[in-house]
Design a protein around this ligand. Structure first.
Ligand code: ADP
Length: 166
């Protein structure tokens, strides 16, 4: 069975991400959720905080692990003998970015395939950025993110001292 890697910022993980991961467990027996640690892209949560939130949100899911990587996803995949990159697709607006990235990865690593999974209709509007905007303005996060993320996001926005960038 091929190994799949689901890379992303997950800043923080949302119900849309959780749904994609659960659906992947029906297709792949070895899945790595890969938290991208980027020096270029600033994040609300540190990579370790994001990893812990993913683990808490998923609970014990068979065949799923969470890892952090700074660098190209294809390099991580080569090191870990993984063959399939999975990305989620929401609106048409996601398409151009995903296609460009898939094409770049195809050029750099011809043996690696990118698989796009359509967002479930009830989750297609959820984004990490939207969730943070709702939280910043005191909105209700129920149904948008898993319970452990609600607590973490609320405490982050309630206490500016813990509002770190990574
Ligand atoms: P990135 O910054 O790499 O796009 P994200 O954490 O925003 O990282 O998203 C990771 C992947 O999950 C992307 O492929 C994105 O399109 C997908 N995704 C994000 N939100 C959803 C959602 N609500 N439903 C399905 N897929 C999603």
């Amino acid at each position: 069975m091929k190994k799949a890697v689901y890379p992303g910022s997950f800043d923080p993980i949302t119900q849309g991400h959780v749904d994609i991961i659960e659906r992947l467990t029906h297709i792949f027996s070895d899945i790595t959720v890969l938290v991208a640690q980027s020096s270029q892209k600033s994040a609300e949560f540190t990579a370790i905080e994001r990893k812990v939130l993913i683990e808490k949100s998923l609970g014990p899911l068979q065949g799923v692990r969470v890892d952090i990587y700074e660098g190209l996803t294809i390099d991580y995949m080569a090191k870990n003998q993984a063959q399939v990159i999975v990305r989620g697709l929401r609106a048409v607006s996601d398409f151009e970015y995903e296609m460009t990235m898939a094409s770049m990865n195809k050029k750099l690593a011809p043996d690696i395939e990118t698989m796009l999974v359509f967002a479930r209709p009830e989750y297609y509007y959820i984004s990490s950025r939207g969730v943070k905007e709702v939280a910043r303005n005191g909105g209700d996060l129920a149904g948008l993110v898993p319970a452990p993320v609600i607590d973490a996001v609320l405490s982050k926005f309630r206490n500016p001292l813990t509002n770190r960038k990574a």
